[in-house]
Design a protein around this ligand. Structure first.
Ligand code: NAP
Length: 486
């Protein structure tokens, strides 16, 4: 199956921080693919901006190296790369000073009807100053959009301050807050599954769902991000944004239609319905030595660090639909495998009619896999095949998207979808300011209570599925986590 490509209008995209890691690893390859597939027109201008002095050719060389480093050879043909590089320009601009802004202005089109976007791939402390300067330089006209990515604050107060700074320069309808999880094909498919099929909706509530598990497990540690990560931790880095966004999409009511504000209104209602977190229902962990790998405190460079590299918690969405069906969330580094999924665990059949099956736990489970191998699985119970009597066994109805899309088609990266949505002016898959604030408002008391306590995170072995206490979090409720496996 070949994906349908709808071209966007010619645009100007300024990437602040164009020489940085995110730009090289994700944005440049994403833009290349959109051009190669015929979605981004070759008349679009992509202007890199950073303090480093270089000319457009220097930036093109850097972009070409980024494509070579981050894309497989099969995705790079000489003609497409040359056409893409011709779309690039560069201006040296210091976001904190006056230098370079006139040059940046000269690099942009004078066509007022052309969408213009500023992607801020820079440290968050630069978001406010850059937004202010864009406005002060008169570059943020009606069609202009600004794109920012986590961390969007480190608590409610700083998130509010950031929202206020952005709002001084850009209307909310032109602010795009990326959570790249929302750009994943499976996450959008969760909405299609729920709202384009009549099958699941009658079952999508606490009467039929026992609980939901959301897991984002990583096998890597914090290498290279040590000092930054140590000031943040898993709760701020992962739960406040990615895991809560996944919870919202799973728990929200059907919006009246698929549009930015109707979807985001429903997600906001979920965040506001979250019961306050019970500190006894949160487990924090830190990975310790194992094999050749170093411990968290070695990676962080602080033997007294109390920052969590793992967190598991039980969340309650206190509304009619979900009351009584908890959402268990867990995320961590240096775990057994890289695996992200949402598992909807349904209630068991009320009564078994099959001899020998009493007491066997056979809940149906709908698993939405984000990585690896994006796809959806429905765990069912069937008869064990053969003439050996009426014995039951588990079987999966499995749909990996790679199969559906066909071996020839590549699964697009989340940034490809999201950057094109910015150009189209579609905010549906981006977080609104009030959502970000509501998420912090829920997380903040749990972080404050933890910081005031003198406890240390629970140690867990590298390559394990997390601390023992996280298993107990489920066992206490007579439930268990799904296995973490690739
Ligand atoms: P990075 O590698 O440190 O790059 C920062 C970029 O900002 C560089 O191009 C740097 O270039 C530029 N810069 C710094 N100060 C500047 C100034 N005063 N004026 C103009 N440009 C300036 O950071 P990154 O990893 O790409 O991350 C960028 C943002 O994305 C951060 O907010 C990060 O939290 C977020 N993020 C990153 C990732 C990722 O995978 N890397 C994932 C999610 C979110 P010069 O030194 O030449 O100015």
């Amino acid at each position: 199956m070949v994906a349908r490509v709808v071209p966007v209008d010619p645009f100007d995209l300024v990437v602040f921080g164009a020489t940085g890691d995110l730009a090289r690893r994700k944005l440049i390859p994403a833009l290349y693919h959109r051009m190669r597939d015929g979605q981004a027109p070759e008349s679009a201008r992509i202007v890199g901006a950073a303090r480093s002095e270089m000319d457009a050719d220097g930036f093109r060389r850097m972009a070409e190296e980024a494509l070579e480093e981050f894309l497989p050879a099969a995705e790079r043909d000489r003609a497409s790369v040359a056409r893409f590089l011709a779309m690039l320009d560069y201006r040296a601009v210091d976001a904190m000073g006056d230098g370079g802004w006139d040059g940046l202005s000269d690099a942009l089109s004078c066509d007022a009807g052309r969408p213009r976007a500023f992607y801020l791939s820079v440290a968050p402390k630069l978001f406010g100053p850059i937004a202010g300067r864009i406005a002060a330089q008169g570059l943020g006209g009606d069609g202009a959009r600004i794109v920012v990515e986590k961390p969007l604050g480190r608590d409610l107060a700083s998130a509010r301050a950031l929202n206020a700074q952005l709002a001084e320069a850009f209307d909310e309808s032109r602010i795009y807050r990326i959570d790249h999880y929302l750009g994943k094909e499976t996450v959008q498919n969760l909405m299609a599954l729920r709202f384009a099929n009549a099958l699941f909706e009658p079952l999508w509530n606490a009467r039929h769902v026992d609980h939901v598990q959301i897991t984002v497990a990583e096998s890597v540690g914090i290498e290279g991000r040590g000092p930054y990560y140590d000031g943040v931790g898993a709760m701020r880095d992962m739960v406040q944004n990615h895991l809560l966004q996944l919870l919202c999409l799973t728990a929200m009511e059907p919006p009246a239609r698929f549009s930015a504000d109707t979807v985001r209104d429903e997600k906001l209602k979920v965040l506001r319905a979250l019961a306050p977190l019970d500190p006894r229902e949160i487990v924090r962990g830190q990975y310790r030595n194992g094999g050749n790998a170093t411990s968290y405190i070695d990676d962080a460079g602080d033997p007294d660090s109390r920052t969590e590299s793992y967190v598991a918690l039980k969340a309650e969405v206190a509304n009619w639909r979900w009351s009584g069906a908890p959402f268990y969330l867990r995320t961590g580094k240096r775990l057994r495998a890289r695996m992200s999924e949402i598992a909807i665990v349904f209630k068991e059949a009320p009564h078994s009619i099959f001899p020998g099956d009493e007491g066997a736990e056979r809940p149906n489970m709908l698993v939405i896999r984000l990585q690896p191998d994006e796809g959806i699985t429905l765990a069912m119970t069937i008869k064990d095949p053969g003439p050996g009597g009426m014995r039951l066994t588990d079987a999966n109805l499995d749909m990996t998207f790679a199969q559906k899309l066909g071996a020839m088609t590549r699964m697009p990266d989340a940034y490809e979808r999201l950057v094109m949505d910015v150009i189209r002016g579609d905010q549906t898959l981006f977080m609104r300011g009030d959502e970000v604030e509501a998420a912090w408002a829920w997380i903040d008391p749990a972080i404050a209570a933890w910081e005031a306590a003198s406890e240390k995170p629970r140690p867990y072995d590298i390559g394990s599925s997390g601390p023992e206490d996280a298993l107990m979090l489920m066992h206490r409720d007579h439930r268990r986590w799904r296995e973490i496996k690739a």
